[in-house]
Write a protein that binds this ligand. Structure first.
Ligand SMILES: *Cc1c(COP(=O)(O)O)cnc(C)c1O
Length: 376
């Protein structure tokens, strides 16, 4: 059986987790968290990175940080994970969904300006499959209307746009270390990336239950107390320990995933030429991270048949998001701006093939061969 995903594991994770367990300090911001923060600060050249228990909470922190208030509007694609929207809905925002581009499944940057009103506060581009949104255009719109940009780069670690790591282009960015992502901190995890230094101090306060505890530990205040709105957004050091094992092997993991992705693409290319499926598009400004390998088939019916055919051959494949604006809550808390030309139609055609660090090249070749066989 070829499963759809297995959590990434390299070699040192067990040893580090044991070390964290035996260190006498397992709570947040211990020594492994510090090592992870250092890795990200250096690798991303960001103003500050802060580990969170998951990406959902990094997005929630971002919403508090940019002062989202009831009736503010936040622009994002409908083709995304619920957390992208929920984080802002929790603060009372209304979500304004914008259609996606047919080629990358990312928010169509040309439609954003039409969705802006006097209530608009932020734009949340989602880098689907680790392939960047058109960030130059999005940042210039944000500049023009004085909006915040929060990159949901949950799937984007190790991917770049014009050489810049995803998550470091907007005012704030987030990664996920859930076990379905390229890197995990033991099943659940995330990080908030701060690119504008003006957010650092308040982010630390929000993350520490609304207290100035971080300043206290740096010796900047002589006691700590409740100073602002906040919650607890620290992962345990055991989570950080698992993650650190993965960060040390970040390039090894990335290289293997890209190799699998290229192999899928090579074997399936003839089907593209025959015009029976579409393959992923990677714009030339983008370097992706092989987060996902998807194909687009003719329609929903073909997709169901292909999923079943793969299953008969012991392969688990998966479709992806049901557009948020068609969901019960999405309809209640958000509204689709303009016409849904691609969001629903393209989401129904998309099928994801197995893609994970532990997948062997021969297994990917087998999966691709079965897809070809389906089309005869
Ligand atoms: C995975 C994912 C999230 C949520 O990440 P968690 O770490 O599970 O909270 C948010 N947005 C997108 C686009 C994702 O893919």
């Amino acid at each position: 059986m070829i499963v759809f995903n297995k959590p990434p594991y390299t070699t040192n994770e067990d040893q580090y987790v044991l070390e964290a367990m035996r260190s006498g300090k397992m709570s947040g911001d211990g020594s492994f968290s510090e090592r992870c923060h250092k890795w990200f600060d250096e690798r991303l050249s960001c103003a500050k990175s802060l580990l969170t228990p998951n990406c959902t909470q990094a997005l929630e922190m971002a919403a508090v940080l940019i002062d989202i208030k009831p009736n503010d509007e936040v622009i994002m694609p409908s083709y995304t994970f619920v957390s992208t929207a929920n984080a802002f809905v929790l603060r009372g925002a209304k979500i304004v969904f914008v259609d996606i581009r047919q080629d990358t499944m990312n928010i169509d940057e040309k439609l954003i300006e039409k969705a802006i009103t006097t209530k608009t506060k932020a734009i949340v581009p989602v880098h689907y499959a680790g392939v960047a949104c058109e960030m130059d255009k999005i940042m210039s719109i944000a500049d023009k209307y004085n909006l915040c940009v929060i990159e949901d780069a949950a799937q984007g670690m190790m991917a770049t746009y014009k050489g810049k790591p995803l998550g470091t282009i907007g005012h704030l960015g987030t990664y996920s270390f859930h076990e379905t992502k390229n890197y995990t901190s033991g099943g659940e995890g995330g990080i908030l990336i701060i690119n504008n230094p003006k957010y650092i101090e308040r982010a630390e306060i929000i993350r520490e239950k609304g207290t100035n505890r971080s300043s206290f530990f740096r010796g900047m205040v002589d006691k700590y107390s409740w100073v602002d709105l906040g919650s607890s957004y620290l992962p345990s050091d055991i989570q950080a320990a698992y993650l650190f094992g993965q960060l040390e092997k970040a390039d090894v993991i990335n290289t293997h995933r890209l190799r699998l992705w290229d192999e899928y693409n090579r074997i399936l290319k003839p089907l593209l030429k025959k015009n029976v499926i579409e393959l992923p598009t990677i714009p030339s400004k983008c370097v992706h991270n092989a987060h996902m390998y998807y194909i687009k088939v003719r329609d929903l019916e073909t997709r169901t048949k292909l999923i079943n055919y793969l299953r008969q051959n012991d392969i688990i494949s998966a479709f992806h998001y049901v557009p948020l604006h068609t969901s019960l809550a999405g309809n209640k808390f958000g509204e689709f701006c303009g016409k849904d030309n691609y969001t629903t139609k393209e989401s129904e055609r998309l099928l994801r093939l197995p893609m994970f660090f532990g997948l062997r090249l021969e297994e990917a070749q087998y999966v691709a061969r079965i897809v070809k066989e389906f089309y005869g």
